[in-house]
Ligand binder design. Structure first.
Ligand code: SF4
Length: 478
């Protein structure tokens, strides 16, 4: 089930069959939500990680060629790696812990040198845990200009999409020998940092104020057409730190490939942006319904927002609510994305009574506005206005039901904890959970439909009574 797209094909076959019988509506309405999934591994701190990674590699090498490894093993190695490396058995003092990490690093390098020797069996170098160890050593250690093994510093920045292509890290490397300078010799961001040798694809992530975990994310997409059962039609398993919005393109392309793309897709703010709404509409014909982010400073500055300004796309100017028109805007980049930079003249803004609320600065500069490219800016303006209205909120209310589905799969079917290790097997678990949830729902659907929907079956006695009272064929006894 974990090979290739076998698990996905199982769910797709089920949904196809349901679509043929009319229980799933093509081009209907769907909703998506995600939840965090805990890997089936113990959470390790960095020092436990390197010790446990070396121990796991030694175990695998010993199982493959006991005679070869026996020449390397010392009494110290037997003491350090003879049993699982656990936090409570490690040194407590900071300096001793750092020394322990360096000792493990040196031991690991001795193992690598032995494995790379010409007379070492080549198959040992290709063992999976040895490869994991190689990657962990690259991520946790580095050699300084004196040739000394050093422990990398903790990470400083989160793996924001906008920083993935940032040139800052590469420019800090010394061009002469390719070594990073000590200030940038840090562990990599969470999207690439291995946190357990026993599940090298599991990643660390956290939702501020909600959850902190090592593992994956599960995205569930289900139908939500009135009068029909809610069927999970798509499941995506992603690394824990990946943003929800990064999974959207895959969900849409998979659904479109099987002719299951919805006409309307309800999602929370984590999946929406003007660009995502635009792409869903133009590439897949999907109306993506979800709130777009409000301006980050809108609470602190209750003055004029970007939507209150009127762009003239032909003249490339912006007119503010007080009637001042900007000079032509200039193209620029923000987080690597194209933007239009508009700066109102200082003299105009200084003379304006609304300047403190509008510009938010005290140094007398003019108002600065960053516009998106025209189609995206129009979407942002439209959705920010619409999402405050009652009709939009009524239409969007249907999305909340997806949280009940997540809760059902987590609390009833054990989705929160991985039963297997690795993305492929974890995904197979998620798909099988979704398929099982569908079967349970469908088995209950006909009972529900018979008891609640007179169009689909015989009305119950109570429904029949209510109907008679409402149409006047029966009178109430006093
Ligand atoms: S501060 Fe400048 S941009 Fe803002 S309303 Fe006044 S004139 Fe217009």
């Amino acid at each position: 089930m974990a090979e290739g797209d076998r698990a996905d094909r199982l769910l797709t076959s089920m949904v196809e069959r349901l679509a043929q019988t009319g229980l799933v509506k093509r081009r209907g309405r769907q909703r998506t939500d995600s939840t965090h999934v805990l890997a089936a591994v113990r959470r390790l701190d960095r020092i436990e990680l390197v010790g446990e990674t070396l121990r796991a590699a030694l175990e695998e090498v010993a199982a493959a060629d006991e005679d070869w490894i026996s020449a390397l093993v010392t009494d110290e190695w037997a003491r350090r790696y003879g049993r699982p490396v656990r936090y409570e058995r490690l040194p407590k003092e900071t300096s001793e812990r750092k020394q322990y990490a360096l000792t493990v690093g040196e031991d690991g390098m001795r193992l690598f040198q032995a494995l790379l020797a010409p007379d070492a069996p080549a198959r040992l170098r290709r063992l999976p845990k040895v490869e994991v160890m190689r990657q962990v050593w690259v991520q946790q250690y580095w050699y300084d200009e004196h040739g000394d093994l050093c422990w990398r510093g903790p990470k400083q920045t989160r793996d924001r999409l906008s920083r993935r292509h940032s040139p800052l890290r590469s420019t800090t490397a010394d061009a002469s020998d390719g070594r990073p300078d000590p200030a940038s010799a840090r562990v990599p961001w969470s999207s690439v940092e291995i946190v357990s040798p026993h599940d090298p694809q599991a990643r660390f992530s956290h939702k501020p104020g909600k959850a902190e975990w090592v593992g994956y994310k599960d995205h569930q997409t289900e139908t939500c057409d009135s009068g029909l059962p809610n069927v999970i039609v798509h499941v995506a398993t992603t690394p824990a730190p990946e943003q929800d919005i990064d999974a959207l393109e895959r969900i849409h392309s998979d659904l479109a490939a099987h002719n299951l793309a919805p006409a309307e897709h309800l999602v929370d703010g984590g999946y929406t942006s003007p660009a995502a709404i635009h792409r869903a509409r133009t590439e897949y014909g999907i109306d993506l319904l979800g709130p777009v982010r409000l301006p980050p400073r809108s609470r602190a500055l209750p003055g004029f927002n970007k939507e209150d300004f009127h762009p003239n796309w032909n003249e490339r100017t912006l007119t503010c609510p007080n009637g001042a028109t900007s000079p032509p805007w200039k193209p620029t980049l923000a987080d690597g994305q194209p933007r239009l930079s508009v700066l109102f003249p200082r003299a105009v803004c200084r003379a304006c009574d609304d300047r403190p609320q509008c510009t938010g600065n005290v140094d007398g500069k003019g108002r600065h506005v960053l516009l998106l490219p025209q189609p995206l800016q129009e979407i942002q303006n439209r959705v920010r206005k619409e999402q405050k209205t009652k009709p939009w909120q009524n239409r969007y209310a249907m999305r909340a039901g997806c949280e009940a589905t997540v809760s059902e799969t987590v609390h009833t079917h054990g989705l929160r904890n991985c039963r297997y290790r690795g993305t492929a097997k974890t995904h197979a678990q998620h798909v099988l959970t979704a398929a099982g949830t569908n079967i349970i729902r469908l088995s209950q659907y006909h009972d529900d439909a018979r008891s609640t929907d007179p169009q689909r079956g015989q009305a119950t006695r109570f429904q029949h009574l209510c109907q008679q009272l409402s149409d006047g064929t029966r009178t109430r006894h006093s």
